[in-house]
Ligand binder design. Structure first.
Ligand code: PMP
Length: 326
């Protein structure tokens, strides 16, 4: 018989899928690391499991404990799946900018969801950073995950996502392109790939309204870069410890409108029904065209599934209301 012990055994070993129509004008081979094949439909299942296992190993998470996290949804799903299998409770703090689908999905897998306002400073007591921290301090037998600064986040990608990409490209990868939020994906994968071949270029995709690109280029944390934006999953108004700026070669920023339009294009032109950060990632990759030559093998990572965005980027009324389509 061929089976795994429980659903957690299906995490990782995701396919690599070639892009065709959207990348027709590029000289190189473009492959996507297709992370929606994870059981929670996102790459985050990987780091959620690693963070839990590392916390169990050193006693931060104890039997019957409560897992607390500020999560935009995907990390919550990964944590919730592992919590069900391993017997923990979950409380997730989520910003009101996130889609209703994401909140409903978290409740569907047994989590308690607390919603916080987006447009307040990170150190405001109402912010989702502050609320999740406070709940962590107040709830007995609880563990506050903190995916932003938790080193097990990048470690998961160093140990699984990076080696899979290296193996699936036969070591021929020349560029890795990926959206950056907590930084776990880019830092873990980027570190592994650069250890195999220091010439591999690592590109981060950022949003307008986020601090990453300017900080990488100037070393300045510029508050003028911070303003509300629509794109989900990437960009930050803080510098998470998981972003290892030293392994990143450059950032390119993608507008909210382009990210939304390219999320639709991936579905309609490639049959890839993916989340908003995938649209940003492929548009960012196209913006980098001049960096690629004929023999290059460019890998882009697609973080999550389109089902979480049916009320937004896949809803034409919403697209019109935002002024993204006529
Ligand atoms: N895309 C989506 C949909 C996400 O949920 C996240 C995580 N915030 C990212 C991209 C960014 O990944 P990372 O946190 O590893 O930088």
């Amino acid at each position: 018989m061929d089976y795994v012990e429980n659903i957690l055994g299906t995490i990782g070993n995701t396919p690599m899928v070639k892009l065709n129509k959207l990348t027709a004008d590029l000289p190189c081979l473009v492959l996507s690391k297709y992370e929606t094949f994870n059981p929670g439909n996102s790459v985050k299942d990987r780091m959620a499991l690693t963070m839990i296992e590392d916390a169990e190993a050193d006693g931060r998470l104890k039997p019957g404990g409560t897992i607390i996290e500020g999560t935009s949804g995907n990390t919550g799903m990964g944590l919730a799946l592992a919590a069900i299998v391993k017997g923990y409770k979950c409380i997730f703090v989520i910003s009101d900018k996130q889609s209703k689908e994401k909140m409903d999905i978290l409740r569907a897998v047994g989590a308690e969801v607390v919603v916080c306002p987006t447009d307040v400073e990170p150190d405001d007591p109402r912010s989702y950073y502050s609320v999740s921290k406070r709940l962590g301090e107040e709830t007995p037998n609880s563990w506050y995950v903190n995916q932003y600064d938790n080193p097990s986040n990048a470690k998961a990608h160093y140990e699984s996502t990076g080696p899979e990409i290296w193996k699936q490209t036969d070591g021929k990868i020349t560029h890795f392109v990926v959206g950056v939020g907590t930084g776990g994906t880019i830092s873990g994968v980027g570190k592994y790939l650069k250890e195999q071949n220091p010439n591999v270029k690592i590109w981060g995709i950022d949003t307008y309204g986020s601090v990453f690109k300017k900080y990488h280029e100037t070393g300045i944390f510029d508050e003028k870069e911070i303003y509300p934006y629509v794109t989900e999953g990437i960009g930050e108004d803080i510098l998470p410890e998981n972003v290892d700026f030293s392994i990143i070669d450059g950032f390119t920023k993608v507008t909210d409108k382009d990210a939304a339009i390219y999320t639709q294009k991936l579905a309609k032109e490639e049959g890839m029904f993916l989340g908003n950060s995938a649209g940003a990632a492929i548009k960012g990759l196209l913006q980098l065209k001049e960096h690629f030559t004929k023999d290059d093998v460019v890998v882009v990572l697609f973080h999550d599934h389109g089902s979480r965005y049916v009320g937004k980027m896949f809803n034409n009324e919403w697209m019109e209301k935002m002024g993204y389509v006529e």
